[in-house]
Design a protein around this ligand. Sequence first.
Ligand SMILES: [Zn+2]
Length: 310
Amino acid sequence: MNNLLRPFKISFIACFLSLPLLILAQSKDSGTIKNGTKTYIEVLPGNMPLVISIPHGGYLLPDEIPERPCTNCAKHPDIFTIEIGLALRNSIFKKTGYYPYVIINNLHRTRLDPNRNVSEAADGNKNAELAWTTFQSSIDSANAQVKKKFGKGLYIDLHGHRHDVKRTEIGYLLSSEELQMEDDLLNSEAFIEYSSIRHLITANAFKRSYADLVRGKFSLGSLLESMGYPCVPSPAHPFPKTDEPYFSGGYNTTRHGSSTGGTIDGIQIELDEMIRSDPKKREQLAVDLASVLVDYLKIYYFPEFNFSAH
Ligand SMILES: [Zn+2]
């Protein structure tokens, strides 16, 4: 077992054994708003260099936060993404003995959209603004802990889309049009500069190019596709066609990835509705996505770590 992870793992498990319910129900103390017994923003502690946020899967419709008055803003929830994120967390623990950090918005998207700037996210409601701040600062804090303990890491913003083409859309802040460009162009500084995996592009041990990291044999899309989940971008689907809608990454991927600097890369994962709606497929996805994310961490970030040691 690696030395860097071990002390934290032991102390975490010691806490876990003595206070299992408290740890499982733990939420950030300061700034967390509560609605009855359910917190608006839920923070599950982690002990590995992986942070996952789930902004659009919430169900809570509290009176104190009415529907956002905006008419042109997206309000449709990403159904079952909280359930998938929690199952993913458990699968990663079963596989590795470590927990990723997980930050969940339990408010319905009609009330809060934490993948937007605060003015659009909360649309002027003070309680929603406080929930937004808690959500964002919880990711900031988890990323800061990862950076302090591990030096670098990966942040995933987990979503669900309802596009006609049923495949997983992976976002690195490259638009459809940009993904349609030739590799050489994509690998130029102009595009790398605002990539959500900018740190990985400049620091990966294999010296893989941006295009290779995005749609090459060992890209996240390729790893997921090899488990039976069609993805874009990937070697099989290097870019969305012109008439195919595609989510390239939003506020969270921009803010918490490495496009603005730092050593925590960010990737947006958009799961298709067909997988999310089927309980058996969700269950399998959690296991498969856990394998893929752990492999990704091993390949690109911590080849020396033995995540499978218990
Ligand atoms: Zn979403």
